[in-house]
Design a protein around this ligand. Sequence first.
Ligand code: EPU
Length: 434
Amino acid sequence: MSGERFIIHGGRRLEGETAVYGSKNAATKMMVASLLTREPCVLENMPLSGETDITRELCERIGSRITGEEGSRWAIHTPEIETSVVPELSRKNRIPILALGPLLHRKGFAEVPVLGGCPIGHRPINFHLEALNRMGVRIERRTHSYYAEADEIHGADLVFPFPSVGATESVLLTGVLAKGKTTIHNAAAEPEIMNLIGMLRAMGADIQADEMRREIHMEGVARLTGVSVRVMPDRNEVVSFAAAALATDGDVFIRDADEGGMEAFLEAVRALGGMYEIRGDGIRFFGHRPYRRVSIQTAPHPGFMTDWQQPFCVLLTQAEGISLIHETVYDDRFGYVKDINRMGADIAVTDECLGGERCRFDGATYNHSARITGSTKLSGAAITVPDLRAGMAHVIASLAADGESVISGIGHIDRGYARLDERLRALGADIVRK
Ligand code: EPU
């Protein structure tokens, strides 16, 4: 973990233009998809982030040759899988489990490291493992890894208990070359998944996705070819910069931001009294405090995304009255709240389902709802970042606060946002990395 810190002197209005990078949550899966073919794959609009670095390390360990730079194209070519046994990497994330399907198709056996990723609640992979089992894969949990073998991978009719992004991706990356038909009921339908499906189809996969019904149908093909595809813009970056603009009474144009997949966020911004202007080449966000109270519930796409609740929660501290957030995707994603409260916010977390609707965490003791009383004046503080999106909430709160904030543990933030400090400085923020 990086020992560096961000020192922020808050209270400055963010103004100007920034460009959104490609989505790390799409790009990393597309890198794994490239392992399904011996032919070169070209990915355009690649972001530079800790997550793509870890995935690059995984691919290179397997035998991929990767060339290219951020913002340009990456060419990934894996003519041979030199080893399908990767029991550990220098850092952990949740991508290696997705490589099981591609490696099994090419080698018949594979070993990948035990997952990492942000500490935001229980993050089991039982849906992945059960689905792969049903497709003929035998998986063994080892001390630091998962080992998998398959004689023949075949299609299956699968029903997910919850529309998991990762499990949907695992099955896609396995079903495309499996024998026969695979159907996923209650599949995740995030735009990043549609970006992956677009790539797989361009490689020759036979996939139909019915987003409204949450159903994905695929018929395995014998081989996939190389491809050249574009990584979609990062929706989480758009939300983060939008929230930073609104929380500082600012006015920021986010070049290349796309309204597609952002409807639930834009609706929440409208309800809050923030403003935006959708242009052909991006979206401008502007507004000034105080805002209006809003109640939101996070949900799989097309709902309000769980990754947006932390930046939005900071905005809600600047809204008059009582706002509610009901987090229904992860059971422990309010760890950052105590630090925002130390900065002067008034946020109470509870294990109730606030806002009227009951979710699958009802009756358990998970603090998965928050009541935010505003508006409150924020002041700078020393904070240690617990996870990626929480880290961004701390940065936004520090930008909106009076005085100095010192944010440690920024390695979490670097995993998801490239050169965040430079980009915020260009918008007028007083932020340095030390
Ligand atoms: N779940 C299970 N069993 C499984 C899989 C998921 O119970 O086998 C549960 C999880 O515990 C969670 C819920 O289902 O409660 C949703 O998890 P999902 O599988 O959808 O999440 P993920 O694939 O692990 C991705 C993103 C997250 C993002 C979520 C939801 C990546 C690398 N991560 O995680 O992004 O929050 O989808 O959209 O794509 C981030 O970027 O900061 C981040 C955490």
